[in-house]
Ligand binder design. Structure first.
Ligand SMILES: [Zn+2]
Length: 287
């Protein structure tokens, strides 16, 4: 059932990496006054918090080989406390211990070169979700309480986890914005992407060029191409992962009757007005 536009609280944005999700997310964030939650950013934040304690121990001590799982969180916290060079972070009331331990677990997989299992991704998402929905609205950084989810859920089990979590809060996915773009166009575009190594601002040689095609417009640093963006094999791999894992999740949501607004990632230009007309034109049809 389609709800009223004023009642919307949860929006999912789905699309392949490089399809141009972020400008559409910016538009929805402005239109609805919601905060964006990206699993990529959540991972970086959790791992960043863990890094800030300057852990001098062995990450593999977090793992219990006999159970093929992590040791209990209370044990992990003890391990961190014992081997943290920066005790100030640990003793600060502002430090969320759950986030810290999730960061430790995520880093364990990253360092081992392994894919993070759904259980960790779900845990990291749930932690951010619960924090947001339990905090007073004034501290949430958004005008209305609602979220735009980006990069979660990817897999079917993550989708099931999200459904259960939302149900617990008496929420549901109100609609999905799907950004659609073919693989060849994505590859052409992604190789034109540049990033500022200092402030992480993202540029595009065609749509959002750096100053003199070379320098960050925010801080003046020379922009670089990310190694992942330069390799066509890696990009093809990333796109295949979308087809294998994310596309079935989107198909299931469509089958479940969740409203989906599909927009093209291929607009004649990327002016805010053009994006807005495309996104809100499609979204308004749902209500
Ligand atoms: Zn910069």
């Amino acid at each position: 059932m389609t709800s009223k536009k004023e009642d919307v609280k949860i929006i999912l944005v789905m699309g392949k990496s490089g399809s141009g999700k972020q400008p559409r997310i910016d538009c929805l964030a402005e239109e609805f006054g919601f905060m964006q939650v990206s699993t990529g950013n959540l991972f970086r934040a959790c791992i960043g918090l863990f890094n800030s304690v300057d852990f001098k121990g062995e990450l593999k001590s977090a793992w219990d080989d006999s159970k093929n799982d992590f040791k209990p969180d209370t044990d992990l916290l003890k391990i961190v406390e014992e081997h943290a060079a920066n005790k100030d972070v640990l003793s600060s009331a502002a430090t969320n211990k759950e986030t810290l331990i999730l960061g430790m677990k995520a880093k364990y997989f990253v360092e081992a070169g392994l894919f993070c299992p759904d259980s960790i991704t779900n845990g990291i998402f749930a932690n951010a979700f619960e924090t947001y929905f339990s905090a007073p609205l004034e501290t949430c950084g958004s005008k209305r309480r609602g979220l735009i989810l980006d990069g979660f859920p990817r897999t079917l089990p993550q989708g099931q986890f999200l459904d259960d979590l939302l149900k617990k809060h008496n929420l549901k996915i109100d609609f999905i914005l799907e950004v659609d773009l073919d693989d060849d166009t994505i590859i052409k575009r992604t190789t034109d992407r540049r990033i500022c190594p200092k402030c992480q601002a993202v540029f595009h040689l065609m749509f959002k060029p750096p100053r003199d095609e070379k320098f960050c417009t925010e801080c003046g640093t020379e922009v670089k191409q990310r190694a992942d963006d330069a390799s066509e094999a890696l990009l093809r791999n990333r796109l295949k992962e979308y087809t294998d894992k994310v596309a079935p999740t989107l198909a299931k949501y469509k089958a479940d009757g969740i409203p989906v607004a599909t927009v093209t990632g291929n607009l004649p230009d990327m002016k805010p007005e053009t994006i807005r007309n495309s996104v809100m034109g499609a979204v308004d049809k749902l209500f």
